[in-house]
Design a binder for this molecule. Structure first.
Ligand SMILES: [Zn+2]
Length: 184
């Protein structure tokens, strides 16, 4: 690419443009606005902004199309994104390029649950409550020091875990628990 483009390659915005590499071919850049760039290099959440991909997935510029493909892949829990991926066509060499740079979100979840000491929590862990918790609606207080075994993680909220206290499944804030070193 010679001159940086004057509009965002994905959404056409003219503000806050910056050249963004399209890995693994880092010598290839596309111009992106700050909104698009943050989705490309950081977390992505479904928003009306990404409807621009309806157009850019058909771009004749390989780097633009590939970037759109990757964003859609990361949004594919959304029906519209999945539908669009189903009908999208990429030249085989572009598809290979697109897949080579896909972030593997199965292996590296963006949401990490951490206890009060920033120790990472996993499903199945045992945690200890570090303060008395009033369990709304259940009519009891979960006492400080209570061990909660076999917790599960609330996938879309890094501040929430679930576990059984007094025989009831309750949501607990991660800031009120400490991971137990002794498991079981
Ligand atoms: Zn943009």
């Amino acid at each position: 690419m010679t001159e940086p483009a004057s509009v965002c390659a994905l959404c056409g915005s003219q503000s806050d443009l910056s050249a963004t590499p399209v890995p693994p071919q880092d010598q290839v850049n596309i111009s992106l606005c700050s909104t698009c760039q943050s989705g490309v290099v950081g977390e992505i959440n479904d928003s009306p902004h990404w409807k621009c991909l309806n157009d850019t997935i058909w771009s004749t510029d390989a780097a633009t199309q590939i970037t759109a493909y990757r964003l859609l892949s990361r949004l594919k829990s959304e029906v519209w994104a999945r539908d669009l991926l189903d009908i999208a066509y990429l030249e085989p060499e572009n598809l290979e390029w697109a897949k080579a740079g896909l972030i593997d979100e199965e292996q590296e979840p963006l949401i990490i649950h951490r206890d009060v000491n920033s120790v990472q929590l996993s499903a199945g862990d045992t945690v200890t409550l570090i303060k008395d918790l009033n369990v709304k609606g259940a009519g009891f207080t979960a006492k400080r020091g209570t061990a909660v075994r076999n917790i599960s993680l609330v996938q879309d909220n890094e501040a929430h875990i679930e576990g059984r206290v007094n025989g009831q499944q309750i949501v607990i804030l991660t800031e009120f628990v400490k991971k137990s070193s002794a498991q079981g």
